[in-house]
Design a protein around this ligand. Structure first.
Ligand code: ZN
Length: 224
């Protein structure tokens, strides 16, 4: 059922948020996408995001929040730090950008309020938990309450991928009719390579393993 309300998708142009963009299109009458420039090494991400939004026929806007990269160091914004390939024994990997989802969702909420939008959509997931604390369900729920109190609004943060893994995320993209688009047009790779990516960074590995698992399952039973 399509809600007559509007939704705003926090949109990076990666596999997860692109799947969420098309999920939102299925559930809401009007969908907009908001991207962020936060000092990421691969600024091309934003151009790809804009292009995907155009193909999806949704409004696109972009906010510059590059101050985030000056607040803390991490290997996604600092070229001098070598990226963690495996999850460290303790604490999040150095690809964690502290505060990123906190800032993104908070800014998205202010933006949404300004545009008469109550529903926010984010592609975070705690199933293939990468060690990022701000991808967890408890964080999103807690922030939802905080944002409602902060602005006396009734925002609803939707997390369609929270409890599904990468294989299921591919299955969802396929069901939404955008498996090829997600596969070719999105950028998930930490080394900035579009589509199937570099193949060996942690993001590519997770994405590829999920896709292989899904395609194998689909080959066995094409009805899924
Ligand atoms: Zn990669």
């Amino acid at each position: 059922m399509i809600s007559e309300e509007k939704a705003l998708v926090v949109f990076s142009g990666g596999q997860d948020s692109t799947t969420c963009l098309f999920w939102a299109r299925e559930h809401f009458a009007e969908v907009s996408a908001l991207s962020f420039v936060y000092g990421q090494k691969h600024a091309r991400e934003v151009e790809l995001a804009r292009e995907i939004a155009r193909k999806a026929h949704v409004d696109f806007d972009c906010m510059d929040v590059s101050f985030i990269s000056r607040l803390g160091s991490n290997s996604l914004t600092d070229t001098s730090i070598e990226m963690d390939r495996e999850k460290p024994a303790a604490g999040p990997p150095n690809t964690f950008v502290p505060g990123r989802n906190l800032f993104f969702l908070s800014i998205a909420a202010v933006y949404a309020r300004e545009h008469g939008i109550r529903h926010l959509v984010t592609g975070v997931s705690q199933t293939d938990f990468s060690g990022y604390p701000d991808c967890r369900d408890a964080f999103v729920k807690s922030l939802n309450v905080t944002l409602n109190l902060a602005m006396e609004e009734q925002f609803v943060i939707h997390t369609p991928l929270m409890w599904i893994d990468k294989c299921e995320t591919w299955a969802l993209a396929d069901r939404l009719g955008v498996l090829d688009l997600v596969r070719k047009d999105t950028l998930t790779c930490y080394n900035g390579i579009q589509g199937d990516g570099c193949g060996h960074c942690p993001a590519c590995r997770l994405r590829r393993e999920g896709l292989e698992k899904y395609l194998e399952r689909k080959n066995k039973d094409p009805r899924i």
